[in-house]
Design a protein around this ligand. Sequence first.
Ligand code: FES
Length: 95
Amino acid sequence: MPLIRFRKPRPEIEVPAGTNLMQALLGQGIPVASSCRGDGVCAKCRVEVVEGNRNLSKENDLEKFLRDRHQIERNYRISCQVTVEGDVTVDAGYW
Ligand code: FES
């Protein structure tokens, strides 16, 4: 199963392939900024992908819209809009 790792010292998380990234983090008690609770409106749930962006689902239309609207850099993903398909390392400034 895919592993979610972190840049900062924190235990890795093992999740089934296809798990929503934001839900995986929240499920382990890791805070994820949000004001829309995963509805794809706020873009606050973005996380930096340190390694393994290819192991996340492809950008969907909503993520593309949010990326353009909020000028989000390519190394960040909108966590409520992506699924984990392989190992990935992520970070957020507030962790
Ligand atoms: S939680 Fe609002 S866009 Fe992801």
